[in-house]
Design a binder for this molecule. Sequence first.
Ligand code: PRX
Length: 667
Amino acid sequence: MTGRPAPPATAVAVDTLFEVDQLLEPPRAFREQAKISDDSVYDEAERDFRGWWARQAEKLLDWVEPWHTVLDDTDAPFYRWFVGGKLNACYNCVDRHVAAGRGERVAFHWRGEKETREVTYADLYRDTQRLANVLKARGIGKGDVVAIHLPLVPEAAVAMLACARIGAPHNVVFAGFSPHALREQLVFSEARAVITADGVWRDGRAVPLKARINEHIADLDGLRTVVVLRHTGTPAEMCEGRDIWWDEAFATAPPDCPCEPLDAEHPLFTLYTSGSTAKPKVVVHSTGGYLTGVGWTTQNVFDLRPDRDVFWCTADVGWVTGHSYVIYGPLLSGATSVMFEGSPDHPHRGVWWETVERYRVTILYTAPTAINAFLGWGEEHPSRHDLSSLRLLGSVGEPLTPKAWGWYHTVIGGSRCPIVDTWWQTETGCIMITTLPGVMASKPGSAGRPLPGIHVDVVDEEGDPVRGEYGYLVIKRPWPAMLRNLHKQGDRYRQTYFGRFEEQTYLGRFEERTYYVGDSALVDEDGYFWIGGRVDDVINVGGRRFAASQVESAIASHPGVAECAAIGQRHETTGHAICGFVVLRQSLAGGPELERQLGDRVAERLGETARPARIVWTASLPKTRSGKIMRRLLRDIAEGRDLGDVSALRDPDVIDELEQAFSEQPA
Ligand code: PRX
């Protein structure tokens, strides 16, 4: 931070270096018990990806009617999977487990900010029916969009499943979004109902939710129903005829509501992408294909055993990770999960580890932003807890640097847990690139290889495969869980995702329409994928191109660094000059000596060209509400531009701090 004294010379040297720079085979004990322990699955899927996915869909899900066509590509890129098949997502996630006698199994160990609750599959069965009846009584049915604006409470799962039960696509709007953002989404999706709460807990304080949104939804004519959950006890004015309290509605709702059989292609939900880059898009996901992709990955990437494991995906239901790996994946597998409301540092910095210990969590799935924060706070917090129940760790959302990987592996995983670094997007619906943990060695810093049935490549401007250097990540074949469209923006869907390499398809060089990811990536000699970050974040110094993640991994390899972001600042002669924004581990401070050390690390790994022209010490980085670093904003700060739309930021105060740090710390 600005004005901090230089660190004592020993402060860095005594620290532990966690970076792991090698291929790590899955531990034998893990491999021996793994659900998938030989790699023939890759060849099997490769021989006939349609047939392979069809077999998975059959195994994973209960269908009311079978499909007649596995994949219809006649209107590509508007692909359709399992055409003619009928099923219901809620039936697959709830009813069938109860029918099989597993109603008493805990679906969620919920740790709320103020209370805890065990929610069984039987509870979900009872409550989804009641809520579905509440919605039906208000005239909401198949095809009507229902917005869900709730904190991470079990009722969020009930709300999503109740919608799925009657075929009303849900559109979850993260409870931390502004009333303005909620309104925008309600208008765009033409939502008929909102399910929300009186308030949310934020680090022990009740923050009003319903009262804040009231004036923003008052004039929405199409919005006929607002169901309000009592959560914080915060007073909220109710609009007569439109608003109902959840508990009052439940008291009179009939208990039985059958599941509506729906086409495999029926939209299960729509969801805004996180918006760390361009204008937000509203992604539409299907029922049959989405559940197939999510089911397969939940059970095999996480090696999940529903009768033994306790799974904890720390994401909020406001993001796709919450949809796929808090709700649909675990529930359709009949698993027991932890659901945790609140921040990782409230009421103390050890609360996650206390939670792992309390519920004997076996599989933990989180994001680099959290891992980096814990790394910065130090080992003393996890070390106070018994983490021996953990057997597998996962990461998603941003590149996990080799150092963060090593820390996660050693401090959290006790050096015995494989780590799955999973690459995917809101659009892909489910995990696409990772290491199957019983089969494949990990390379810290690399996400691994495309999963069976997924055909991913890295290509250059012309669409030719590139090896050993960064290029454009593309997906060359459709997959079941892929988005089906952008809500009301079919042209934008076609353009954004399939326009980039259209010519190559017409020339017959690609077998199918090729999906443009928007990330840069490198494939190494072992076929492992290294994700470089968004294409917009590529840095170009004197004609040499660097992925942000390359520079960041090198800076982060220093033991004193907790987290960092690298950007290319426009430069007259070289194109870009690299600027690193660095957050140090607790109790350390930046200075010229440390700056030199960081520069040396980058130069050693990537060459002198990549040596940062400037290091800026900061206490935090600008992040979206889902935890992604907004590098665009850092470029704007560095280049003195107007910051434009910053509504995606979790903590807007960080801007002042960064601007000040940038101007006060000379280059
Ligand atoms: O840039 C990639 C990054 O996150 C983007 C997708 O973000 P979103 O749609 O919000 O979904 C996040 C949760 C799936 C990707 O385009 N990303 C995601 N996972 C990884 C990643 N970058 C590197 N490594 C990952 N494991």
